[in-house]
Write a protein that binds this ligand. Structure first.
Ligand SMILES: N[C@@H](CCC[C@H](N)C(=O)O)C(=O)O
Length: 276
């Protein structure tokens, strides 16, 4: 089967974007791993498959798969790339879109400066919805990793995130502690792990060891979760510029029950065809 795709990225978090509306695409974990393979396929952190919505209020639906083949609930950088992709592929002319995802409905706005702003919905903080938190809601939780106790914030943006504060992201143990927390027994669904350095009440730096991928150049939901965790600890104000290795996202959140807004770029690299 020959399939058309676009290679896109959001601050270096890269995607194979598939139009499943005008093409019949049957994906399997094995095919996703091949597409994502940087030697044997196109290469990407995530595969995003656009489909027709089931909910009549939505313009589109999309599904997100990590490079390891697993399907996930949400993806912030993917949401921005999706908004650009459906316009470039002439699937819509709209600048405001409602899209159905496994994490619920997202609202996207194409801005005039080529940036995309996404209403990512309210973060989930209720203990019963965060398997890790079990029976109580707290700003932080202790997590024992091989005898060393880390203080983490646990936030769900539809997908799970653990947020650790560090003094310096450049020397943070992203590749040693990241994978251990990602597959820690207290996170049965595994987790994305963010290492957050607060610079001021409106600036922070972040590196994320993503579930099912490893460290990426940027993680949109990771930036939202980091903002929420920092705000709950009263370390930042309502709007924060979060600098990731691939560039900067603007995140706004005014507190529990309110939606998180993420604004940043989406870039098309090339269009191609692959035999799947
Ligand atoms: N890169 C994404 C997040 C993709 C999913 C994540 N790895 C997970 O497993 O939940 C983003 O920009 O949010």
């Amino acid at each position: 089967m020959r399939v058309k795709f676009s290679k896109m990225h959001g601050l270096g978090n890269d995607f194979v974007m598939l139009d499943g509306i005008t093409q019949r695409i049957k994906l399997s974990p094995e095919k996703i791993r091949r597409l994502a393979d940087r030697h044997l396929g196109v290469g990407c952190d995530q595969v995003l498959l656009v489909e027709s919505p089931r909910n009549p209020d939505a313009d589109f639906r999309y599904r997100i798969f990590n490079a390891d083949g697993g399907e996930v609930e949400n993806c912030g950088n993917g949401a921005r790339c999706f908004a650009r992709f459906v316009r470039e592929r002439r699937l819509t002319g709209k600048k405001q879109l409602l899209v159905e995802t496994a994490a619920g409905m997202l609202e996207l706005n194409m801005l005039d400066n080529d940036q995309v702003s996404v209403d990512m919905g309210a973060p989930i903080l209720e203990p019963e919805q965060i398997p890790f938190a079990a029976d109580r809601r707290a700003e932080t939780y202790p997590l024992d990793v091989d005898g060393e106790v880390f203080t983490i914030g646990a936030v769900s943006m539809g997908n799970p995130h653990a947020v650790l504060l560090v003094d310096d992201v450049d020397s943070a143990p992203v590749h040693t502690i990241g994978p251990k927390i990602e597959s820690h027994e207290r996170f049965p669904q595994r987790v994305n792990v963010g290492f957050l350095q607060i610079e001021s009440r409106d600036r922070a730096r972040l590196r994320v060891f993503e579930r099912g991928v490893g460290e990426t150049r940027a993680c949109g939901t990771g930036a939202c979760a980091a903002m929420v965790s920092a705000r709950l600890r009263d370390l930042v104000d309502d709007s924060v510029e979060i600098e990731l290795p691939g560039g900067t996202l603007t995140i706004h959140w005014s507190g529990p029950g309110q939606p998180v807004t993420m604004t940043g770029p989406a870039t098309t690299v090339y269009h191609g065809q692959i035999i799947l």
